[in-house]
Design a protein around this ligand. Structure first.
Ligand SMILES: [Zn+2]
Length: 73
């Protein structure tokens, strides 16, 4: 009886792994970069850059610490 339970447990495990594998095949490994990322303008030089790369300071975005130091034009 225990052997049957063990077999069932193994079968269940294999089934779970296979399901996970199939799901990983369907899903691309690297989520493609969202084009929807907000672009912000450097308040000093006006260059556009992704919000995640910008430096936010005093209500404005800047592209580099240098421009942050210079401040708004
Ligand atoms: Zn700048």
């Amino acid at each position: 009886m225990i052997k049957i339970l063990l077999l069932l447990a193994i079968a269940f495990l294999v089934w779970g792994v296979l399901r996970g594998y199939q799901r990983s095949l369907r899903r691309p490994p690297v989520p493609r970069q969202r084009e929807a990322e907000d672009m912000v303008k450097c308040a000093q030089c006006g260059v556009n850059l992704p919000r995640s790369e910008a430096i936010y300071s005093g209500g404005s975005f800047f592209c580099t610490p240098e421009h942050q130091r210079l401040g708004k034009k």
